[in-house]
Ligand binder design. Structure first.
Ligand code: ZN
Length: 349
């Protein structure tokens, strides 16, 4: 069966990306491969890239059904209603209902080329989360052909899929081909094409190029591997960017109630400033001794990955430019999204 090949291809590229914490953190990002028979295999919601195997962590969709929905659906004022309609279509488009739910970002994959790799890289997100980041990205990749596509912030789910649909249509009218590289403001990047190896290599090389530029011009240091140690029953991070952050906790703590990307809001919105790290109950605890995570190992690792990426980007932007956070109304919307609740449940399970 042809689909087995696409599954192997999807798992191979996803596992490769999943090793690189500078590209994805926690359960963020997603990947897909379309078959010639009209099916799309896509990472399932709640799984990390690294967790995917040839028998779990993905699902199969009829992408034409999703495409038809976006061709015909008239968006209404109530964003929740649009989201509910979109989630119903995602469910209907599942080709095997015993498989897990697709990523809530599945919609945007439909409008792109055969292979799609969507990541939340720290380097690209430094540009995506700063004022004037688009100009730097465009200058840095001006040689790229076809040109990179930039998408201003919209919430993930229905809105992002709809936005990618219309932006890709106008991009194709202008350039005659679909975009290969898309920057998503306050979110991440998408690389899409016919060849899966090229999508992975391009994802890596784009971020390497941004790093070299920022290192050369602003002395940016390398992204540190997120580390945790188990101490007195708590997972603790007291080195690198976390240590620097808590050393100036008073001055820095206002940054914790602002969020850079949707996953930052999802993973890092529950926190407390504690005198003692053992106070933490279902929250990230910050104290002068470090940052503690009160959950089991799996969830603590995920939340730490997102937090380290956040603190690294914030630290980088101190030298590079002005931060642009998500708007409060968008953060509230994200935290109330039904499909994200589903993902959080999986994470805590
Ligand atoms: Zn994403």
């Amino acid at each position: 069966m042809i689909i087995m090949e696409e599954i192997s291809e999807l798992v191979r590229i996803s596992n490769e990306i999943g090793e690189l914490k500078a590209l994805v953190q926690a359960g963020g990002g997603n990947s897909s491969v379309k078959t010639s028979g009209g099916e799309m295999v896509i990472k399932a919601s709640g799984f990390t890239f690294a967790e995917m195997t040839e028998i779990s962590g993905f699902t199969k969709l009829d992408h034409e059904q999703i495409n038809d929905f976006f061709e015909n659906y008239k968006a209404v004022v109530d964003a929740n209603e649009n989201e509910a309609a979109y989630n119903r279509v995602l469910k209907q488009a599942m080709l095997n209902h015993t498989m897990p739910k697709p990523s809530m970002e599945a919609g945007m994959h439909v409008f792109l080329d055969r292979v799609v790799v969507h990541t939340h890289p720290v380097m690209a997100n430094i540009l995506n989360c700063m004022k004037g980041g688009e100009k730097i990205a465009r200058d840095l990749f001006s040689h790229m052909s076809p040109e990179l596509m930039w998408v201003d912030y919209v919430n993930p789910g229905f809105s992002l899929a709809k936005e990618i649909n219309s932006s890709v249509n106008s991009y194709v009218r202008k350039n005659g081909v679909k975009p290969e590289v898309i920057f998503l403001k306050n979110h991440g990047i998408i690389v899409s094409g016919k060849d899966s190896k090229r999508c992975v290599q391009l994802t890596i090389s784009i971020n390497q190029k941004i790093f070299e530029y920022l290192k050369g011009n602003f002395g940016l240091e390398e992204f540190p591997e997120p580390q945790l140690e188990l101490k007195d029953g708590l997972f603790l991070n007291n080195n690198g960017v976390a240590k620097q952050f808590v050393q100036k906790l008073e001055g820095n703590k206002h940054l914790l109630s602002k969020f850079l990307i949707p996953d930052d809001a999802i993973y890092c919105s529950k926190f407390l400033i504690a005198d003692s790290l053992s106070d933490a109950e279902d929250k990230i605890a910050f104290s002068r001794q470090g940052v503690a995570f009160p959950w089991g190992e799996k969830k603590s690792i995920k939340v730490n990955e997102m937090l380290v990426a956040k603190l690294y980007i914030l630290d980088a932007l101190k030298k590079i430019g002005d931060v642009e956070f998500l708007k409060e109304e968008d953060v509230n919307y994200i935290l109330n999204m039904e499909s994200e609740k589903y993902r959080q449940n999986l994470d805590s399970g």
